[in-house]
Ligand binder design. Sequence first.
Ligand SMILES: CC(C)(COP(=O)(O)OP(=O)(O)OC[C@H]1O[C@@H](n2cnc3c(N)ncnc32)[C@H](O)[C@@H]1OP(=O)(O)O)[C@@H](O)C(=O)NCCC(=O)NCCS
Length: 161
Amino acid sequence: MVTVRPLRDDEMRLYLEIHERAIRGLAASHYSQDDIEGWVVPATDENLRRLLLNADREIRFVAELDGAPVGIGALVLEKPELRAVYVAPEGARRGCGSALVHAIERTARDNAVTRLRLHASLNAERFYAALGYEVLERAEVVLPNGHSMAVVRMGKVLGRT
Ligand SMILES: CC(C)(COP(=O)(O)OP(=O)(O)OC[C@H]1O[C@@H](n2cnc3c(N)ncnc32)[C@H](O)[C@@H]1OP(=O)(O)O)[C@@H](O)C(=O)NCCC(=O)NCCS
């Protein structure tokens, strides 16, 4: 069974671990090793502190599969942007990613947000398309290691339900 709940403040390391395992396990088919290394955020004290500080006021979620945390997600209401959805390989294709997107969309709607945008990795384009997101443009983002990575900007108008 898949459930989604808020991320707790003592779970920043878990958040980065799931983020890293999802990237290494599920995105390597579409990206170079340099891309992967630039995309992963190592769980250093500095990165954990920055994550906890949460300057962008991300609303963060955890997806659990039969009680075990396997996915994370994040929403930034001010943009508004679906900021992150990552599922570790052992939880893939079991509906965890969709459950995170639904929780994010529900929270957005509850806060009077009517459309969401996101930067999808190439490997995630079909996932977001299956959830009703449309391609706006293909783009590159510059990673902290200076490498640039191909992404797809996608968007969705949120319905009432
Ligand atoms: C993209 C990701 C979040 C999907 O998570 P997930 O829990 O496996 O997704 P779901 O099980 O909810 O999939 C829902 C539907 O999306 C589509 N889908 C999901 N992954 C897909 C893939 N790799 N290729 C094609 N379609 C895919 C399918 O239609 C799927 O339904 P189905 O399994 O019944 O065919 C996960 O693969 C991931 O974390 N990838 C690495 C990190 C990443 O790129 N995150 C996105 C950053 S923008």
